[in-house]
Design a protein around this ligand. Structure first.
Ligand code: ATP
Length: 234
C-alpha cells in the first residue's frame, strides 16, 4: 500500500472540469514531482488531495483510508501538510507566531518543533521576532514551508516552492526539501522548474491539460524530451 493513492479523480470548478482521470501514487519516504505547464492542473491536484476541493469521481486514499471527501482540517490532522503557492504568510504576525500557527492542532513540544525548523532554516531563527511582512520573498517562502512542517506531517505537499526566487535562494529551498525528505518526510511537489524538481525527486508525473501524460523515475523523465515539450505545447 502506498502512503498516498490518487485513483482516477475527476475535478471541476463549478461545471468546468479541469482534471480527468488523474491517478498517481506516492510511496512512504519518496519525493515525487508533479510537473506541467501553466494551467495544466497541478495546483488543483494538490488542493484536491489536501481537502480544499472534492473530486466529482474517483478516490483519494491516505494510509489506505479514503480522504477524498474530508475537509482540509481533517486531512491535516491525519498527517498531511499543504504549502500553497504564493507564500501565504500572516504579514502582521511575527515569524515565530506564523510558525506556531502551523502547529495549532497539536501544540505539544512547541519549542522542539520550532528548533527543528530553525535548524533547517537558520535565517528564520535570526528573524523570529520580526513581522513576516518584513521578510524577503525567499524568507517568506522558507517561513511558509516551515509553518507546514510545524504540524510534523508524514506527507508534505509543496506548491511551486521556488517560484520567483533568486537562483541562490532556489538552491537553498531545494536543499531544504532534500533534507526534509532525508529526515523522513514524504514529499509531493509541484514545480515549473523541471531541472531542480527532477534533481531532488525519486519519481515524477507530467500533467498536461488535466490528464497525466507521462510518468517515470526522475532519471527517465530527465532524459525524456516529451517532458519539456509538454511545457512548450501549453
Ligand atoms: P499554474 O502553474 O499556472 O499554477 P496549474 O498547473 O497549477 O498552473 P491549476 O491552477 O490547477 O493549474 O489550473 C488548472 C485549470 O483550472 C486552469 O485552466 C485554471 O484556469 C482553472 N482554474 C483554477 N482555479 C480555478 C477556479 N477557482 N475557478 C475556475 N477555474 C479555475
Amino acid at each position: 500500500m502506498s502512503l498516498l493513492e490518487v485513483d482516477a479523480i475527476d475535478v471541476a470548478y463549478g461545471n468546468v472540469q479541469v482534471l480527468w482521470d488523474v491517478s498517481l501514487e506516492v510511496e512512504e519516504g519518496e519525493t515525487v514531482a508533479l510537473l506541467g505547464a501553466n494551467g495544466a492542473g497541478k495546483t488543483t491536484t494538490l488542493k484536491t488531495i489536501c481537502g480544499d476541493l472534492s473530486p466529482m469521481s474517483g478516490e483519494i486514499r491516505y494510509k489506505g483510508q479514503s480522504i477524498g471527501d474530508l475537509p482540509h482540517e481533517e486531512v491535516v490532522a491525519k498527517g498531511v501538510a499543504h504549502v500553497p503557492e504564493g507564500r501565504e504568510v500572516f504579514t502582521e504576525s511575527t515569524v515565530r507566531e506564523n510558525l506556531e500557527l502551523g502547529a495549532h492542532l497539536d501544540r505539544s513540544r512547541m519549542q522542539e518543533r520550532l528548533e527543528r525548523i530553525y535548524d533547517i532554516f537558520p535565517r528564520l531563527e535570526e528573524r523570529k521576532t520580526q513581522t513576516a511582512g518584513t521578510l524577503s520573498g525567499g524568507e517568506q517562502q522558507m517561513l511558509a514551508i516551515g509553518r507546514g512542517l510545524m504540524s510534523e506531517p508524514d506527507l508534505l505537499l509543496l506548491d511551486e516552492a521556488s517560484l520567483g526566487l533568486a537562483p541562490v535562494l532556489v538552491d537553498d529551498v531545494f536543499e531544504a526539501i532534500q533534507r526534509i525528505n532525508d529526515e523522513g518526510t514524504t514529499v509531493l511537489l509541484v514545480e515549473q522548474d523541471i531541472y531542480n524538481a527532477l534533481r531532488v525527486a525519486d519519481r515524477g508525473y507530467v500533467i498536461k491539460t488535466g490528464e497525466i501524460s507521462l510518468s517515470g523515475t526522475a532519471s527517465e523523465l530527465a532524459q525524456d524530451k516529451r517532458v519539456e515539450e509538454s511545457y512548450l505545447g501549453a
